[in-house]
Structure formats: C-alpha cells, structure tokens
Design a protein around this ligand. Structure first.
Ligand code: MTE
Ligand code: MO
Length: 420
C-alpha cells in the first residue's frame, strides 16, 4: 500500500528546505543522506552545512528481566512476545510478557539521581531547565491505555509470505504490547520549561549507550525528532506501566509514550529533550524509519509516524488442535489510525470468511480481543487468517508493498495449524 500523503510529508519538505538554508540541524546524520533526501524531495541543493564526525564506542547488549521460552523469542538485543502466551492474560499485556526492543542494552538507572533536562533555542530563555522525578510527579497525572509497536513488527512475513529480502530484526507479530501508562503530559512539561512560539521540533534522547551500526559507525544515543504539534497533542512522559513503576527494560524511570506512532518515537530512559526553533534530524528520521525501495519515492518516504493495522492469533505457529472437536480460537487486532471495529476470520486458507466476535469496545490506540469457534472435522493442515478493519475504513490487504527495511507490514498473515 503506497503511503498516502501525511502531514509529516509536508512538514518534512519544510524541514529539508530549512536544512538547505542552514536553518536545520542534523548532528550525527551524514551529509550524503540528507542530500539524498533533498534530491528525493525535488529541492535545489545550493548550500549545505558541515557535519562533525561521530566517535566510536563499544556496547554490550542486555535485557534485565527474565525471558522464559514460553513467553519470548529472543532476537539479538531484543525479545519478542509469543502471542500464544497472551491467551487469558487480560486486556493489558502483563509487564513480564511485554516485548523489548533495545538498540543496545538496558541501562539500570537510579531514580534518585535521574533528571530530565529540557533545553534548546525553542525555549524562551537560554538556560536549560531540569526536572527530577519528584518534580514530574507534582504535575497533574494522566493515565491512558496505548500500545507500543515496533515499526518492524511482522517484518519476517515480507520474506516468508512475499519472498522479499528485507533488513532488520525478523519479528513475527509479537513486537507489540498494550499497557496502561501513567505519567504527565509532555505539553505541560514543555510549557513549564518555557516553550517558545517558534519551536518546531522536540528531540528526546535516551540514556542508553550509543548505538553503533554493524559497520562500526557510532550514531550516538537513540533519539528521534518529533514535531511540536504531536508533542503538544497526546504525548506522555510515562513513569508507570500497568500501575507499577516502569520496569528497567521499558524505560525506568521515565519514557516518552507517543500513542499510535511507531515504537521508535517512544524513547525510553529519556534524559534530555531538546526543543528547537529549527527542524532537527537524527539517523532515526533520515536513514531509518522511512520507506525505501522501488515502490517508494526516490530517497525514501516521509518519516514514518502512525502504525498500520494488524491481527494475530493467540496460537503457536503450527499449533496442534484435536480434530472432531470444537475449539474457541482467540486473537487480537489493532491499528494506529483508528479503533478496530471489525475482524473477519477464515479457517480454510481464505476461501470462506466469517466475522469474529469482538470482546472489547473499539478503542483508539488500543487493540481488541476477539474469538471464533472452529470445528476441524478432518485431520490435516489448515491455514488461519484474520483481517481487521478500523474505524477509518482501513483494512488489511493481501500483500504489503515492500520496502527495503521491512517496515509497516500490514497484510493478512497466513497462520498454519494442524488438526490431529
Ligand atoms: N532509548 C531508547 N528508546 C527506545 C529504543 C531504544 O533502543 N533506546 N527502542 C525503540 C524502539 S525501536 C521500540 S519498538 C520501542 C520498544 O519499547 P519496549 O522495549 O518498551 O517494548 O522503544 C523505543 N525506544
Ligand atoms: Mo522499533
């Protein structure tokens, strides 16, 4: 599905214009990458600012929490939730089942030492403003349910269903979790810090180690610019997850939570936020998290924002089910654009479809649990399919237009099972 123009495309063109005019900053982004984006956007390339060379650093991967085989598939520095293990766990993903996506390793921080520094020329004064955790707790708190889903969730199906080669972690569908987050509005904190009227971008940065690519380039700490419009809309600085302090692996003591957007926007272990009157770039909105490939604009799409629509069965791959018995099969569907209002399922590889029963009221930024009864009369192999439709009318296609980094897979997944 080609990306429809989003507000981010127009915003991104403006950001690039400003970069060309020397009015946007791009620390740690190669000039070549920006020129590629400039060319792709059809802008003239008259002037361009200089860049500082990044320094090298070592990293050691690590996740703190236990990763039992029944609940997780470990993929490099990351851990994918097994959907089958969510059956019966309730609406919110228990924190001990929640997937972990780490570029490097979980830093074990001390909440008593932690501060958030808000700084930059998008503030009304030059001095940085510091907030301790206690300071944040004095702001009115907000509690909301939202999923965090990696942009690469479902990536492995580009290869296994569509025969395409993509780069990145080979997730199946378990790079998502839904939690009840409590924290403060980023808008409140930015205003307290003295947000200026000409601020355009905010850049939250993690306290985890520098990210070094496979070829040894140090890209610095994980950070991704967010337009002020989104930052002021519904973004939280979260300090609780499902009623408990954030676990180490999920950003303790404070993470950014950007509802409906791809997971990278929700920076964990946030230590500082730059507020800028100039548009900002980082490798996470130039090289990564755009769509590249022959079906996409030369030089890539606009930076990715909202998640797509997906569905997953709460069953192992190749699950065995008794033939001649009735099984209540369960699953979940979600979308970054609107609430899921309808789920259609097929137990015969897509020949016939019926509606699944929804067990939750449609809810934006969350998922719906659903079920269907299935009676496999004869032993043998079967293919289960589930296709969700959201309140904006978006539905899962049969195939996803590929992109080189395998983002935003949204096609219906063919889930094999056996009746025995
Ligand atoms: N500081 C920091 N924030 C980060 C990341 C990271 O590696 N470092 N990974 C991002 C990505 S790619 C995703 S998908 C989500 C995953 O959140 P989780 O590990 O709590 O599930 O965190 C995002 N925030
Ligand atoms: Mo991600």
């Amino acid at each position: 599905m080609p990306m429809s123009p989003t507000p981010e495309s127009a915003y991104d063109r403006r950001r690039l214009h400003q970069w060309l005019a020397g009015e946007a900053r791009a620390d740690g982004v190669s000039r070549r990458d920006l020129l590629r984006l400039v060319a792709a956007a059809g802008l003239a390339t008259a002037v361009a600012p200089a860049f500082s060379a990044p320094a090298a650093a070592a990293t050691s991967p690590g996740i703190v929490k236990a990763l039992p085989d029944d609940w997780f598939t470990v993929r490099g520095t990351n851990a994918e939730t097994k959907f089958a293990s969510l059956a019966g766990t309730g609406y919110h993903t228990p924190v001990d089942h929640f997937f972990v996506r780490n570029h490097t390793s979980t830093p074990v921080l001390d909440a008593a030492d932690w501060t958030l520094t808000v700084h930059g020329d998008g503030l009304t004064h030059a001095t940085p403003v510091e907030f301790t955790l206690d300071d944040l707790r004095k702001f009115p708190s907000v509690t909301r349910t939202a999923f965090v889903e990696c942009a690469g969730n479902g990536r492995s199906f580009f290869t296994s269903q569509q025969g395409q080669t993509v780069t990145g972690t080979a997730w199946t569908l378990g790079a998502i979790g839904t939690a009840r987050w409590r924290g403060v509005r980023l808008a409140d904190v930015l205003r307290r810090a003295g947000l200026a009227r000409d601020a355009v971008d905010v850049l939250p940065r993690g306290l985890d180690p520098d990210y070094v690519t496979a070829d040894g380039t140090d890209l610095g700490r994980v950070r991704r610019p967010l337009p002020v419009s989104k930052a002021l809309d519904d973004v939280l600085l979260a300090y609780e997850m499902n009623g408990e302090p954030l676990p180490y692996d999920h950003g303790f003591p404070v993470r950014v939570l950007v509802p409906n957007w791809i997971g990278i926007a929700s920076i964990k272990w946030v230590g500082d936020i730059e507020v800028s009157a100039q548009p900002l770039y980082s490798p996470w909105n130039t090289d990564f998290y755009r769509l590249f490939g022959s079906a996409h604009p030369e030089g890539g799409s606009a930076p990715l924002t909202r998640q797509t629509v997906k569905s997953a069965w709460e069953l192992p791959w190749d699950a065995s089910l008794g033939a001649g018995a009735v099984h209540r099969l369960t699953g979940r569907s979600w979308s970054g654009a609107g609430a899921v209002v309808r789920v259609d399922v097929s137990t015969d590889g897509g020949t016939s479809w019926r509606r699944a029963r929804l067990h939750d009221a449609p809810r934006r930024a969350g998922w719906v649990r659903w079920s269907t009864d299935w009676h496999p009369s004869a032993p043998g192999g079967y293919t289960l399919l589930a296709r969700a439709t959201d309140s904006t009318g978006r539905t899962q296609p049969e195939t996803t237009v590929p992109n080189t980094q395998g983002y935003l897979f949204d096609a219906v997944v063919r889930h094999p099972v056996r009746a025995v």
